[in-house]
Design a protein around this ligand. Structure first.
Ligand code: URA
Length: 288
């Protein structure tokens, strides 16, 4: 369908309308608020909660929908699994107007008290992946944006779902990189003990995208957060496909509505960022 289409240049791979090479979306197609699951099917699940939605584009692992959730213009784009394809999604979505990203993912919990089906809201991510290292020194922090984290907490509290807050580890490998045996039990010595070590430094969970999302968002002055459903627990060895995903989707959608309300208040108050006073006023207003 796209064969022969000429783009601007090899270093600026977009067409004359600024339609981006990988995601095949252009300015105006997406909201400033974009939910970014890995799985294209989850884009449809996210959009099923919107009062109105439409498919924007579909190319390779990138499926994009836009629509309205409780009156707020919102989009969702799948990133595929892992950091390289996720970095492409952030790069191209930001070029066409997105500035706030919420990962809606699945994760493996490291601690017994995090039950399968619980949600984990990341405050930061250990950069065990390689993509963020293409961008910046290893000491640079992969921290989530405070207002996105607060909006995710507010949404989880409002919806009454079980959630945990803390540091995530993002890897490039689901099996060996997360200390699961590779084929025929292969596990290199430098991965043995990784789960115990991360647990001992209070890391809550493994997933594969948050560190890259947070690093790029900080470098570019964008905002990002992540809410993941714990489908696995590395202590109890339980694994339940899609456990908690519906809750993660609901929390992420609601967080977009809350962020939009806060963004209007931030502007009204002439501030550059969220403040406790703005949140306090917002709570008073919604409680009437
Ligand atoms: N995703 C991961 O990266 N790891 C898990 O254990 C589960 C989901």
């Amino acid at each position: 369908m796209f064969e022969g289409r000429k783009l601007k240049s090899a270093s600026v791979p977009e067409d004359e309308s600024k339609r981006q090479y990988h995601i095949m979306a252009k300015p105006g197609d997406v909201s400033r608020y974009v939910l970014i699951p890995g799985d294209p099917d989850r884009v449809k699940k996210i959009a099923s909660y919107w009062e109105k939605s439409w498919k924007v584009a579909s190319h390779r692992e990138y499926l994009t929908y836009s629509g309205y959730y409780k009156g707020v213009f919102v989009s969702a784009t799948s990133t595929g699994i892992g950091s390289p394809s996720t970095a492409i999604a952030i790069e191209e979505l930001a070029r066409i107007g997105a500035d706030t990203f919420i990962r809606v993912g699945t994760t493996g919990a490291l601690r017994k008290d995090i039950q399968v089906g619980d949600l984990i809201i990341s405050t930061a991510a250990v950069r065990l992946e390689g993509t963020s290292k293409e961008y910046v020194i290893p000491e640079y922090p992969a921290s989530a944006s405070i207002d996105v984290v607060m909006a995710l907490i507010a949404a989880a509290e409002e919806l009454g779902v079980r959630y945990h807050l803390g540091i995530t580890a993002s890897t490039d490998s689901f099996y060996v990189g997360q200390e699961r045996p590779g084929l025929r039990g292969y596990l290199p010595p430098f991965k043995r003990g990784l789960v115990d070590f991360l647990r001992s430094v209070n890391v809550l969970n493994f997933e594969m995208e948050a560190a890259t999302i947070f690093t790029l968002a900080n470098i570019y002055g964008l905002r990002a957060g992540a809410v993941c459903a714990a489908i696995a627990n590395r202590e109890t060895e339980e694994f339940v496909m899609e456990a908690g995903v519906e809750d993660a989707v609901k929390v992420a959608n609601e967080a977009v509505k809350i962020l939009c309300e806060w963004d209007k208040e931030i502007e009204k108050h002439g501030k550059k960022n969220i403040t406790p006073a703005i949140i306090y006023d917002w709570i008073s207003k919604i409680r009437g």
